[in-house]
Design a protein around this ligand. Sequence first.
Ligand code: N01
Length: 867
Amino acid sequence: MNKPVSVPEQFDAVVVGAGFSGLYMLYRLRQLGLSVKVFESAGDVGGTWYWNRYPGARCDIPTTDYTYSFDPELEKEWTWSEKYATQPEILEYLRFVADRHGLRSDVEFSATVTSARWDEPEQRWRITTGHGQEIRCRYYIMATGCLSMPKSPDIQGAGRFAGQVYFTSRWPHEGADFTGQRVAVIGTGSSGIQSIPLIARQASQLTVFQRTANFSIPAHNGPAPADRLKQLGEDRDGYRHAARWSRGGIPVEPTDVLGVTASEAVRRERFEAAWEQGELFGILNVFADQGVNPASNDIVAEMIREKIRSTVQDPGTAEALCPQDHYFGTKRPCLDTSYFETYNLPHVRLVDLGKQPIVSITEDGIETADESFGFDAIVYATGFDAMTGALVAADVAGRDGLSLKDKWAAGPSTYLGLMTAGFPNFFMLTGPGSPSVLSNMTVSIEQHVDWVAGCLEDLREEGFETIEPTVLAEAGWDQHVQDCAAITLYPTANSWYMGANVPGKPRVFLPYIGGVNAYRQACDEVIAQGYLGFRMTGPGGTRCRDGVIHRMQPDVAMVMELVAAMGMPPMDTLSAADARALMAATAQTRPPGPEVGEVTDGVIPVPAGELPYRLYRPAAPPEGPRPLVVYFHGGGWVLGDLDSDDPLCRDLCARSGAVVVSVNYRHAPEARFPAAAQDAFAAVQWVDANAIELGGIPGQLAVAGWSAGANIATVACQLARDAGGPHISGQLLICPVVDSDMTRPSYEENGDGYILTTTLMRWFWDHYADPADRGDPRAAPLRGDLEGLPPACIVAADFDPLRDEGVAYARALEAAGVPVRLARARGHTHTSVTMVGVVISGAPVRAEIGEALRNFFPSAEPQEHVS
Ligand code: N01
């Protein structure tokens, strides 16, 4: 008799994990009428709350917020007993949800997926489990959690210890009794800090081995906060909506108080309030700039250190417990209950591994460089291979057998943290590149699950069977994730956010720091733009709208919010005089820009009279002449003066090592076209003729400008070429106006809501030039003869109506044989790149500009250091 051939089971979707994300995913997939199987390696639902049962385990987000919102009935039937519920209570909650929605019937417990292979001809995933089952499914969804793969103890001799060994991440269900025991705890992250006070209650001797001191604040646990319960009671939907559109997934009003400028009294008051509140998002929001400005961060960090010193009685122990090696918040801060007080107990001792590192675990204890310790039990609170560990461990192979582990060998690459190219129909819930661990996880989980469910519904409705991100879209998102992190202090720390806790793991910032709100908007926009950056296939064909989802840099978005909150009248509703006054007033409040060697004012005699200039000389050394850059400010030919672009000129001077001569020119409507262009050319001629007197090197002269200033800078180049001189070595055009055609797509996309609006641009043109003159190359240099112009560096910002004309000018110059460097200001507006000292994310673009300027003068000296 032939052996029966086992037919693999078929499901529409397989989900791995039955924690918060897996359970809700199952619920939503069922709603869509899909057949689903969930595999869970644990014996019950709960995910992280199933495994992390160590004494003292609680969440560190108030439980009123750390809860599902998809079913309002759940909230009516479940009441959290505490501000920060314990692990058993959270696990009980997840059991309650599973029971209420009858979810367990589709979950196979104690079952692990051992491999998953994409079967291209079948257009399905082939899944194998540890029980030897073979399963086919259309969609494969990882709900494996961000902190679920324990880090193996990377300590010499770890397997030798003959006593009891515990891992906080895999605590025995029957618990552990340390009564009368000598106990070691290794690790002082959240798990260590929560468990140490409770272990100390039982142990006869507790020794804590600390590699890095961690910031922790008291949780001030107690009943669920009355103010939140009140808000939820009065307007639950409003509250949940606000959470979904907040930065961190909890409705917290972001502050605009800067640590560096606040008075001592304000600093102290804000800090103490956050300390008393005992919430992560409070202490991370004492100052608006604490995540980006070291000086501001130090203020918060030092106040926390003061608290530690005033709590811990032994000064040596207190000092060792004071974190010194990372900025506050750049490693996950902890919430504790009597953590620091525990070190005042006579049987508790801290061993600072910075002073005496562990040499080896021995059969009966731990040996450090200085001492041998005997123990009955060792507790490893050493953390996780975070965010990617569980995903790459799952042996996933996509198209052409590409393994996820190999694809991510140099760090994870995802589109929106949801999918990764080469792995069709493979979804990650709260994957790397999404806000996940930097947010209230439950809000992020619900958003991801809803997005995936909506996507599968759309695929079905439109007759597609597969979806996969494009390489271009993924690269764009990866870049954005790293851009956002780069402006913060986070990448400076050896944190698990950076993968730095796992030996050999690539150092890449793993979560998305741009905020839950910005992220949700990006995900929504991708759908609104017809699944931008995704390729979908089905029997009816393929659809792919390839492209990058452009996101604003978070600090640019913050500035935009602040500007909106100021409620200033639109400039185009003002007279030219009032608009100038408004611009001058806002210029008063900016940081001054970097120090330079010398700043002097003077006047340039030109046929039309005198033009004021301001000269910026770089700090010595070296002494002696420098190349010259003639700079023209922005302001639509109507606004601006020597003060308006002063910080930018300082920045250009410091970065380029050139003498920058910023020239004011006649403004419209008093002096209309072509007055500004004529002044620009006359100024260039004068600076060239007076190079030596100005401290310049004769013949080494470039022009630069921003916006309308860039317009007249490049017009001056055209006029100089036509006049046979002066020789101009290069032109730097920052977000230039080069054409009067306002119909390019960037006007369509960015003409409203990004400070420089279409209406304002029209107002500028109306003040400057008659319609009949607007095609003249001295107004619209893109329409001129571009041959023989100096090499150019053109900055084009994503959210600028002028973006496409800048790009068009770059292309046209190239076509005319002019060397061009196009610097893309990703996530920037027309104005933000120039906001020196305000918009940190503009610094890399200005560094590129500085380099371009230096390259115009190959013999110039290196630039000053500007961060
Ligand atoms: O892990 P961790 P965790 N030798 O990586 C040390 C969430 N969570 O489980 O900092 C000696 O933070 C390591 O030292 P160092 C929360 O997001 C939440 O505590 O790498 N020491 C560190 O001190 C949290 O951030 C909750 O130098 C070694 C500790 O072990 C995340 O999970 C509760 C070592 C590990 O700290 C992880 O927290 C618990 C070695 N070889 C967890 N290797 C709440 O909701 C590592 N260490 C409250």
